[in-house]
Write a protein that binds this ligand. Sequence first.
Ligand code: NAD
Length: 420
Amino acid sequence: MAKITKENGKLIVPDELTLPYIEGDGVGVEITNVCKKIVDHTVNTAYNGKRKIDWLEVLGGEKAYNKTNEWLPAKTMDTFKEYLIGIKGPLTTPVGGGIRSLNVALRQELDLFVCLRPVEWFKGVSSPVKEPNKVNMVVFRENTEDIYAGIEWEAGTEEAKKFYKFLHDEMNVKKVRFPETSSFGVKPVSKEGSSRLVRAAIQYAVDNKKPSVTIVHKGNIMKFTEGGFKKWGYEVAEKEFADVTFTMNQYNNIKKEKGAEEADAAYKKAIDSGKIIIKDNIADAFLQNTLLKPEDYSVIATLNLNGDYISDQLAAMVGGIGIAPGANINYNTGHAIFEATHGTAPDIAGKNIVNPCSMLLSFAMLFEYIGWIEVSQKIKNALVESFGKGYATHDLARFMENGTSLSTTDFAENIIKLIK
Ligand code: NAD
């Protein structure tokens, strides 16, 4: 059993890598199975047997519940903690009081503060926008704070009344329009939480030679929470990445002190010398701009709620909402869980028609993350070739010109043939 470790800020990855995985419920069984086969074949092709995966199944979701009476056994959590990275199929969210969503539990326990969503178009995949080839972004969504923290009280409860009384009497808040019938939520956004998210996004841009990082926020309205995110984000860039970035904050300061001409010259100099441009955009304008000029954006750093909307809109723009991959990562400890972003699709489970690409591209992300770039590249190349010829599962093939619908297993076999 060979584990990944993190030493001096770097992941140390053994050639025989033990990879913990949760199979997933519903269609999870089908997609995990075919993806494991594709991955084994690709690793073998890439490294001629020098590198290999030892699969380690851990339990989660319905399968765990049926075997152990627990939805997320402690052993599963301990294994992910110990092995640093893992991958999971979709899990049924247990219905009933007092049970946390399994996904939320994993994120919280491992403090996976980045929800990473790459958005990339594959030629051949049908898209609602005219030029999906111009969409190529990576979204860093903050995963632990914001209105998602789950601090809220329902209208009419004692807690809501108490909270309102505190606001009214002690904080002198007189702006609540209908206090008797209001529910309340709290939106914590911290300097630490914002800084570590933006730091990870900029480091990603540095490592992957990306041209810009855009901080997306609603700081015009929520000045201290979303405005704080922007301010702390710029601070991280200017203090910790001064030699490789140029910020629009610096641009505006030069403009104020020395005029637009000098500011433009400094901007041009930064671009010419290969510096990463750190800019910001108000969330609503950003959503418009991504439709009008997506080529202006590369790495996106944003808060939790904005990130939720943005990830789905961008995924839809590349026709990839059903195939979008994802990961939740703590870049400090190295912990990362890669995941299919769709659910368990109970309506098609067991029919051998599910599209395995969300899981497969999550594997591609995993291999990029651990530095086995060749595996990731080969998987993506095979997908490009398959989609280019119109070979896909039914959900995608039906919208393709000359599309041929393949079953899940036939599609996987075809991908295996295309791995070179
Ligand atoms: P869903 O994503 O499972 O399904 C929505 C629709 O998309 C369905 O019609 C389904 O057939 C289709 N679909 C989804 N993935 C597909 C794929 N790979 N190929 C082809 N078609 C696909 O969402 P839902 O129905 O709202 O949720 C079902 C269950 O999954 C619920 O228990 C929910 O809580 C859970 N869920 C889990 C995750 C996760 O584990 N990450 C995410 C979302 C939902």
